[in-house]
Design a protein around this ligand. Structure first.
Ligand SMILES: *[C@@H]1O[C@H](CO)[C@@H](O)[C@H](O)[C@H]1NC(C)=O
Ligand SMILES: *[C@@H]1O[C@H](CO)[C@@H](O)[C@H](O)[C@H]1NC(C)=O
Ligand SMILES: *[C@@H]1O[C@H](CO)[C@@H](O)[C@H](O)[C@H]1NC(C)=O
Ligand SMILES: *[C@@H]1O[C@H](CO)[C@@H](O)[C@H](O)[C@H]1NC(C)=O
Length: 447
């Protein structure tokens, strides 16, 4: 670290540093406010069980301890029609018990389930209902879904033999909110354009739909989705071919600000490990089945986003309006190549993802400081810029140039520097369009 600090610092000192006021985007402000739900607040992360047939209990423990370290209370275990469901769910619940104070719940994926799966769903709910690490609310086991609007949860209750706490992910309608067999609702609209029939838009996510959910749900709890990114690029070689991105450049931090203003009862991070849509915040290198996404996800690290979320999670749980900073640091993220890179001939989809035109060639930097920070950014061979950033948590953007990305942070707690291990290119990523992102962190070590 010391060697790296001095080499990065030397590079930055040798060049002329230009000072600039950071452009901090204020658009996280909501148009309206919903009534804040002041009951116990919890944060979960959506975990795709379908891609971890080979997980050991230790693999589960690694993920759970990491999640818990950042204030995540449990996993929403996304299950489909996989033969390893029982095996992996047994391991997940046992691992949660080893970790302690970590609560799971099942999230049934209605890409696979439907009304005729009621018995199978009831069996799984029943199997884990009394597990000590099953999330229970009002002493009922909590269950959720991916879609499945209108599914009859009362029928599941009948088969399970006792009440369940169903908070399915259904579309926002007054009818769904008033449905007597659900206790609350979750939304999947974590990205601008998602709710609009998956059509990318050049707009930030407003929070209006969350407010609508909360108003229609009245006293029932709302589970809000929070996600860092969306980029998918599956070619015709797989049955699940899809090729689009949702504009989510600095979504992660402005969305967390929205959460502090909205105060939903629950938050679900989308996701822990969906590499296929590039919104994983967990580690990439855990053993998983490759659905074809390794060509854009391998080597692109996302876990530093958890460091950017931590001050918000702390504040959210305590109903505070501002993120709680405990350690001065910066988190950065950027895409691996410029927008001008062109490779239709070799690309697996033969085309850029829809929505690619809406993103900018910039590096995002989140400054996290108790009393303000001086941050120097050097992108590639460009002149380093120095930014004076106010205290708290602020994301700003810096023009991205090909090459190594270097960062320095100085606050009253000390100084630290770092360089990205991924180099930005003006060419495609191994011959394909890669609109996923890579992130890193520079932490000022405690004295
Ligand atoms: C368990 O986690 C909750 C929520 O994160 C926290 O408030 C509580 O103090 C923890 N309890 C223990 C025993 O660690
Ligand atoms: C429900 O799911 C089953 C099993 O996956 C499938 O065979 C059936 O066609 C589905 N029914 C409907 C109405 O989609
Ligand atoms: C849902 O299931 C319950 C219990 O089996 C049943 O009484 C009720 O009529 C069902 N509701 C609908 C809308 O089918
Ligand atoms: C960057 O470093 C991390 C952690 O060592 C590693 O997992 C990742 O693959 C590296 N990425 C690149 C592009 O070298």
């Amino acid at each position: 670290m010391v060697a790296l600090l001095s080499s990065v610092a030397a590079v930055l000192a040798a060049a002329t540093v230009v000072s600039a006021a950071p452009h901090i985007d204020p658009r996280h402000k909501l148009h309206e406010r919903a009534t804040i739900d002041s009951k116990t607040r919890e944060v979960f992360a959506h975990f795709i069980v379908g891609i971890v047939p080979a997980y050991t209990q230790d693999d589960w423990v690694i993920d759970m301890e990491l999640a818990q370290h950042y204030g995540i209370d449990g996993f929403a275990l996304n299950v489909g029609a996989d033969s390893w469901n029982h095996d992996q769910l047994d391991k997940a619940y046992a691992a949660a018990q080893r970790v302690g104070n970590f609560s799971n719940f099942l999230s049934f994926d209605f890409n696979w389930y439907n009304e005729s799966s009621t018995k199978e769903i009831a069996e799984l709910v029943k199997k884990y209902a009394d597990h000590p690490n099953q999330l229970r609310v009002d002493d009922k086991p909590f269950v959720s879904t991916f879609v499945g609007d209108g599914f009859n949860w009362t029928h599941v209750e009948e088969l399970v033999g006792h009440q369940i706490y169903a908070v399915p992910c259904w579309r926002e309608t007054k009818e769904n909110a008033a449905n007597p067999n659900v206790e609350g609702l979750m939304s999947w609209a974590a990205w601008p354009g998602q709710a609009n029939n998956n059509t990318p838009v050049d707009e930030p996510l407003s929070g209006d739909l969350d407010i609508q959910y909360m108003q229609d749900l009245q006293a029932k709890p709302y589970m809000a989705p929070v996600s860092p990114w969306f980029s998918t690029h599956f070619g015709k070689d797989v049955a699940w071919s899809k090729n689009w991105i949702f504009k989510s450049e600095d979504l992660w931090t402005y969305r967390w600000y929205q959460m502090l203003q909205l105060g939903p009862r629950y938050i679900e991070i989308l996701t822990w490990n969906d590499y296929g849509e590039s919104h994983y915040v967990g580690p990439y290198n855990q053993p998983h089945k490759d659905d074809g996404s390794s060509i854009w996800a391998s080597g692109l690290v996302h876990t530093p986003m958890l460091d950017a979320a931590e001050p918000f999670i702390k504040a959210y749980k305590r109903s505070l309006p501002d993120p709680v900073v405990q350690e001065d640091k910066l988190v950065y993220w950027f895409r691996p190549h410029l927008k001008t890179a062109s490779c239709d001939a070799t690309d697996n989809c033969g085309a850029k993802p829809t929505g690619a035109e809406f993103v900018e060639d910039v590096v995002f930097v989140t400054s996290i400081s108790k009393n303000g920070a001086k941050i120097v950014v050097q992108s590639g061979k460009d002149t380093p810029f120095q930014y004076e950033v106010p205290k708290g948590v602020h994301t700003f953007k810096h023009k991205m140039a090909p090459g190594v990305q270097q960062f320095l942070i100085e606050t009253d707690a000390g100084k630290a520097a770092g360089a990205s291990n991924l180099t930005v290119s003006d060419q495609c990523w191994n011959g394909i369009y890669n609109y996923n992102f890579h992130s890193g962190i520079v932490t000022i070590p405690p004295k």
